[in-house]
Ligand binder design. Structure first.
Ligand SMILES: Nc1nc(=O)c2c([nH]1)NC[C@@H]1CN(c3ccc(C(=O)N[C@@H](CCC(=O)O)C(=O)O)cc3)C=[N+]21
Length: 291
């Protein structure tokens, strides 16, 4: 069993971006600038947004955090999006989800200028992805592709089983894994809540991607010996062993599944840091007009 080290891979990507920033500065160019909009006070969301801002600081990107109250109206969020769209200093931005219930997430995503949409959630970007036109790819799927690529994991001709069909993870990663490219060229099966005989299908997976959002959902009996397992889940579970009072766990029962795997991502330290690295990479791409 080998750990797929998302934290380390993300660090090497951040190191490369740091060099690119130094080069841009040396040439007198404008440093890439990422903004994040956070609405409300969800603890986990605050942690992620802070991690994004910190990552920008580490590599020399500009960063802006706009924190709006839980009661903010949809019109106010849309006005904030418009301001960021119009601001030439901002190369890319994200609006952290989930949003409070008075705000229609789809409306907000569609208001973002596609070439500032570093989350890759806008219909134009998802449409281009589907057609294989170079564009800003959704950050978590792109992070997984980078993780596979940078760790030399062969995907061509392999059976890739994805659990979960969300617009942000399961659906786009199925498209990316099946398309012609490296990583890619996999035979993909997309499983979801209506799938029958789930374990029979997951046991056929050479590469198993789990993005169902249920803590400890995948057990050892669902995994083939020698599989590569990518765990997209992230859950805070109570723990008296940590100062914070919680521990992070994934969608996979790591302790029992890991011994069967050739490669497996840990939680924390797997897909999460790669999502942030992809956001930064996307911000670099838009800032240099490379997509
Ligand atoms: N518009 C939008 N875009 C997102 O990309 C987005 C979002 N909304 N909403 C929430 C989810 C979640 N997400 C994570 C990013 C990094 C870690 C991460 O770096 N996690 C660390 C641990 C961090 C900790 O200690 O809590 C790890 O897994 O090692 C986790 C989760 C991005 N999301």
């Amino acid at each position: 069993m080998q750990l797929l080290d998302g934290k380390g891979t993300a660090q090497s990507i951040k190191d490369e971006l740091k060099e690119k920033v130094a080069q841009i500065k040396a040439e007198g160019g404008k440093v890439p600038h990422l903004a994040a909009v956070l609405v409300g006070n969800d603890g986990a969301s605050q942690t992620y947004v802070n991690a994004k801002v910190k990552a920008c600081e580490q590599i020399g990107f500009g960063s802006t955090l706009i924190h709006l109250s839980e009661e903010t109206s949809e019109a106010e969020v849309l006005a904030t999006v418009q301001k960021l769209n119009d601001d030439p200093e901002i190369d890319g931005f994200i609006v952290q989800v989930p949003l409070p219930k008075q705000i229609d997430e789809q409306k907000v995503v569609e208001a973002i200028l596609p070439n500032k949409d570093v989350d890759g959630f806008h219909p134009v970007n998802l449409g281009k992805m589907l057609l294989g036109i170079p564009t800003l790819l959704p950050a978590t799927p792109k992070g997984m592709m980078l993780l596979l690529e940078r760790n030399g994991i062969e995907t061509s001709g392999k059976h890739c089983v994805v659990i979960g069909r969300s617009n942000t993870v399961g659906t786009p990663i199925s498209v990316l894994m099946s398309r012609n490219g490296n990583p890619g060229n996999a035979t993909v099966t997309l499983c979801h809540s209506r799938t029958k005989n789930l374990a029979e299908i997951t046991k056929q997976a050479d590469i198993l991607i789990v993005a169902i959002g249920k803590e400890g959902f995948v057990s050892a009996d669902m995994v083939k010996e020698g599989a590569t397992v990518i765990d997209v889940g992230i859950h805070r579970v109570p723990s008296d062993q940590t100062k914070s009072g919680f521990k992070l766990k994934g969608d996979v029962k790591f302790d029992e599944v890991a011994p069967k795997c050739e490669f497996i991502t840990p939680v924390p330290g797997g897909v999460g840091p790669m999502t942030i690295a992809s956001l930064l990479w996307n911000t670099y791409l838009t800032s240099q007009k490379l997509v």
